[in-house]
Design a protein around this ligand. Structure first.
Ligand code: OGA
Ligand code: MN
Length: 211
Protein backbone atom coordinates (compact mmCIF):
# COMPACT_ATOMS: atom_id res chain seq x y z
CA UNK A 1 0.00 0.00 0.00
CA UNK A 2 1.38 3.45 -0.89
CA UNK A 3 1.99 6.00 1.85
CA UNK A 4 -0.84 8.16 0.46
CA UNK A 5 -3.34 5.32 0.54
CA UNK A 6 -2.23 4.37 4.03
CA UNK A 7 -2.65 7.92 5.33
CA UNK A 8 -6.09 8.15 3.71
CA UNK A 9 -7.04 4.96 5.51
CA UNK A 10 -5.86 6.32 8.88
CA UNK A 11 -7.78 9.56 8.25
CA UNK A 12 -10.92 7.55 7.45
CA UNK A 13 -10.66 5.64 10.73
CA UNK A 14 -10.31 8.92 12.65
CA UNK A 15 -13.37 10.40 10.87
CA UNK A 16 -15.44 7.24 11.39
CA UNK A 17 -14.66 7.19 15.12
CA UNK A 18 -15.55 10.87 15.51
CA UNK A 19 -18.81 10.48 13.57
CA UNK A 20 -20.02 6.99 14.43
CA UNK A 21 -17.88 5.67 17.30
CA UNK A 22 -16.52 2.82 15.18
CA UNK A 23 -14.74 1.97 11.94
CA UNK A 24 -14.47 -1.10 9.72
CA UNK A 25 -11.47 -1.43 7.36
CA UNK A 26 -11.50 -4.64 5.28
CA UNK A 27 -8.01 -4.02 3.83
CA UNK A 28 -6.04 -2.68 6.78
CA UNK A 29 -3.17 -5.21 6.81
CA UNK A 30 -1.61 -6.97 3.79
CA UNK A 31 -2.00 -10.74 3.38
CA UNK A 32 1.77 -11.21 3.71
CA UNK A 33 1.57 -9.78 7.23
CA UNK A 34 -1.67 -11.48 8.34
CA UNK A 35 -0.36 -14.85 7.09
CA UNK A 36 2.79 -14.47 9.21
CA UNK A 37 0.78 -13.35 12.24
CA UNK A 38 -1.61 -16.30 11.84
CA UNK A 39 1.34 -18.68 11.66
CA UNK A 40 2.81 -17.14 14.80
CA UNK A 41 -0.53 -17.48 16.62
CA UNK A 42 -0.71 -21.18 15.68
CA UNK A 43 2.92 -21.74 16.73
CA UNK A 44 2.30 -20.10 20.11
CA UNK A 45 -0.80 -22.29 20.52
CA UNK A 46 1.12 -25.46 19.59
CA UNK A 47 3.83 -24.55 22.12
CA UNK A 48 1.21 -24.18 24.85
CA UNK A 49 1.78 -20.46 25.22
CA UNK A 50 -1.88 -19.46 24.91
CA UNK A 51 -3.74 -19.35 28.21
CA UNK A 52 -7.49 -19.24 28.89
CA UNK A 53 -8.64 -15.62 28.83
CA UNK A 54 -10.10 -14.16 31.99
CA UNK A 55 -12.60 -11.41 32.67
CA UNK A 56 -12.26 -8.52 35.11
CA UNK A 57 -9.11 -7.33 36.84
CA UNK A 58 -7.24 -7.88 40.08
CA UNK A 59 -9.17 -9.82 42.71
CA UNK A 60 -12.24 -9.81 40.47
CA UNK A 61 -10.34 -11.62 37.70
CA UNK A 62 -11.81 -14.99 36.78
CA UNK A 63 -11.73 -17.55 33.98
CA UNK A 64 -15.34 -18.35 33.16
CA UNK A 65 -15.73 -20.41 30.02
CA UNK A 66 -19.46 -19.74 29.94
CA UNK A 67 -18.62 -16.07 29.26
CA UNK A 68 -15.58 -16.27 26.97
CA UNK A 69 -13.82 -19.31 25.57
CA UNK A 70 -10.78 -17.85 23.82
CA UNK A 71 -7.13 -18.43 24.65
CA UNK A 72 -4.72 -15.52 24.55
CA UNK A 73 -1.06 -14.49 24.59
CA UNK A 74 0.12 -10.88 25.00
CA UNK A 75 2.41 -9.15 22.48
CA UNK A 76 5.69 -7.65 23.53
CA UNK A 77 8.17 -5.67 21.46
CA UNK A 78 10.96 -7.74 19.91
CA UNK A 79 9.15 -11.10 19.81
CA UNK A 80 9.05 -11.32 16.00
CA UNK A 81 9.36 -9.16 12.89
CA UNK A 82 5.65 -9.61 12.12
CA UNK A 83 4.52 -8.57 15.61
CA UNK A 84 6.81 -5.55 15.53
CA UNK A 85 5.40 -4.56 12.13
CA UNK A 86 1.86 -4.78 13.45
CA UNK A 87 2.76 -2.80 16.57
CA UNK A 88 4.28 -0.12 14.33
CA UNK A 89 1.01 0.07 12.34
CA UNK A 90 -0.94 0.39 15.58
CA UNK A 91 1.34 3.15 16.77
CA UNK A 92 0.71 5.12 13.58
CA UNK A 93 -3.00 4.72 14.19
CA UNK A 94 -2.56 5.82 17.81
CA UNK A 95 -0.78 9.00 16.67
CA UNK A 96 -3.43 9.71 14.04
CA UNK A 97 -6.17 9.35 16.69
CA UNK A 98 -4.33 11.66 19.06
CA UNK A 99 -3.71 14.21 16.32
CA UNK A 100 -7.28 14.12 14.99
CA UNK A 101 -9.32 13.62 18.15
CA UNK A 102 -7.05 14.77 21.03
CA UNK A 103 -7.62 11.46 22.77
CA UNK A 104 -4.31 11.50 24.66
CA UNK A 105 -3.72 7.81 23.96
CA UNK A 106 -0.47 6.79 25.63
CA UNK A 107 0.09 3.17 24.63
CA UNK A 108 -1.47 0.03 23.24
CA UNK A 109 -1.81 -3.38 24.86
CA UNK A 110 -2.50 -6.22 22.47
CA UNK A 111 -2.88 -9.99 22.51
CA UNK A 112 -3.31 -12.92 20.14
CA UNK A 113 -6.64 -14.66 20.63
CA UNK A 114 -7.65 -18.10 19.45
CA UNK A 115 -11.27 -19.20 19.72
CA UNK A 116 -11.43 -23.00 19.27
CA UNK A 117 -14.59 -24.58 17.78
CA UNK A 118 -17.58 -23.87 20.03
CA UNK A 119 -15.98 -20.84 21.71
CA UNK A 120 -17.70 -17.45 21.99
CA UNK A 121 -17.61 -14.27 24.07
CA UNK A 122 -20.92 -13.04 25.49
CA UNK A 123 -22.06 -9.43 25.06
CA UNK A 124 -19.82 -7.04 26.99
CA UNK A 125 -18.07 -3.66 27.13
CA UNK A 126 -14.26 -3.59 27.01
CA UNK A 127 -13.82 -1.08 29.77
CA UNK A 128 -13.32 -2.63 33.19
CA UNK A 129 -15.33 -1.15 36.02
CA UNK A 130 -12.20 -0.22 38.00
CA UNK A 131 -9.98 0.88 35.09
CA UNK A 132 -10.95 3.57 32.63
CA UNK A 133 -7.62 3.62 30.76
CA UNK A 134 -8.89 1.53 27.83
CA UNK A 135 -10.30 4.10 25.43
CA UNK A 136 -10.25 2.56 21.95
CA UNK A 137 -10.54 -1.14 21.06
CA UNK A 138 -8.87 -2.46 17.92
CA UNK A 139 -9.16 -5.97 16.45
CA UNK A 140 -7.30 -7.41 13.45
CA UNK A 141 -8.53 -10.72 12.04
CA UNK A 142 -6.17 -13.39 10.71
CA UNK A 143 -8.41 -16.03 9.08
CA UNK A 144 -7.57 -16.69 5.41
CA UNK A 145 -10.58 -18.61 4.07
CA UNK A 146 -13.38 -17.65 6.41
CA UNK A 147 -16.86 -18.73 5.25
CA UNK A 148 -20.22 -17.52 6.64
CA UNK A 149 -20.99 -21.04 7.93
CA UNK A 150 -17.92 -20.84 10.17
CA UNK A 151 -19.84 -18.37 12.39
CA UNK A 152 -17.55 -16.43 14.75
CA UNK A 153 -18.81 -12.99 13.71
CA UNK A 154 -18.13 -9.97 15.88
CA UNK A 155 -21.60 -8.55 16.65
CA UNK A 156 -21.63 -4.81 17.34
CA UNK A 157 -24.56 -3.05 19.01
CA UNK A 158 -24.43 0.45 17.52
CA UNK A 159 -25.70 3.59 19.25
CA UNK A 160 -28.23 4.00 16.43
CA UNK A 161 -29.88 0.76 17.54
CA UNK A 162 -28.54 -1.13 14.51
CA UNK A 163 -26.75 -4.43 14.96
CA UNK A 164 -23.78 -5.15 12.67
CA UNK A 165 -22.00 -8.47 12.22
CA UNK A 166 -18.36 -8.45 11.09
CA UNK A 167 -16.78 -11.60 9.64
CA UNK A 168 -13.29 -12.28 11.06
CA UNK A 169 -11.65 -12.27 7.61
CA UNK A 170 -7.86 -11.84 7.37
CA UNK A 171 -6.78 -8.22 6.98
CA UNK A 172 -10.00 -6.72 8.39
CA UNK A 173 -9.55 -4.20 11.19
CA UNK A 174 -12.35 -3.08 13.50
CA UNK A 175 -11.89 -0.05 15.74
CA UNK A 176 -14.42 1.22 18.29
CA UNK A 177 -14.75 3.36 21.42
CA UNK A 178 -14.27 0.88 24.27
CA UNK A 179 -16.70 2.45 26.73
CA UNK A 180 -19.57 2.88 24.30
CA UNK A 181 -19.83 -0.20 22.11
CA UNK A 182 -21.47 -3.33 23.53
CA UNK A 183 -20.30 -6.31 21.45
CA UNK A 184 -20.02 -10.08 21.44
CA UNK A 185 -18.28 -12.87 19.55
CA UNK A 186 -20.76 -15.41 18.15
CA UNK A 187 -19.88 -19.10 18.49
CA UNK A 188 -17.31 -20.26 15.96
CA UNK A 189 -17.20 -23.67 14.28
CA UNK A 190 -13.47 -23.64 13.52
CA UNK A 191 -10.34 -22.03 14.96
CA UNK A 192 -10.80 -18.25 14.90
CA UNK A 193 -7.59 -16.21 15.07
CA UNK A 194 -7.23 -12.51 15.85
CA UNK A 195 -5.15 -9.82 17.47
CA UNK A 196 -7.11 -7.73 19.94
CA UNK A 197 -5.78 -4.53 21.42
CA UNK A 198 -6.64 -1.44 23.37
CA UNK A 199 -5.26 2.06 23.11
CA UNK A 200 -4.99 3.37 26.64
CA UNK A 201 -5.08 6.80 28.17
CA UNK A 202 -2.70 7.89 30.89
CA UNK A 203 -3.23 6.18 34.23
CA UNK A 204 -4.63 9.14 36.13
CA UNK A 205 -7.49 7.18 37.63
CA UNK A 206 -7.36 7.96 41.40
CA UNK A 207 -8.61 4.44 42.15
CA UNK A 208 -5.52 2.96 40.48
CA UNK A 209 -2.96 5.40 41.82
CA UNK A 210 -3.82 4.39 45.39
CA UNK A 211 -3.20 0.69 44.65
C1 OGA B 1 -12.41 -8.94 23.23
C2 OGA B 1 -13.34 -8.96 22.07
C3 OGA B 1 -13.69 -9.28 19.71
C4 OGA B 1 -13.26 -10.15 18.57
O1 OGA B 1 -11.39 -9.63 23.21
O2 OGA B 1 -12.70 -8.20 24.20
O3 OGA B 1 -14.42 -8.49 22.20
O4 OGA B 1 -13.89 -10.04 17.50
N1 OGA B 1 -12.91 -9.47 20.88
O5 OGA B 1 -12.34 -10.96 18.73
MN1 MN C 1 -14.43 -7.06 23.77
Amino acid sequence: MSIDTHNTLLARIVDDLAEHGWSLQPLFAPQTLTAKLAEECRTRAAQGELTPASIGRGVAQAVIEGVRGDRIDWLEAGQSVACDQYMALLDELRQALNFGLYLGLEDCESHFALYPPGAFYLKHLDRFRDDDRRAVSVVLYLNQDWQPEHGGALRLYLKSGEVRDVSPVAGTLVVFLSAEMPHEVLPTTCDRLSLTGWFRRRGDNPLLSTM
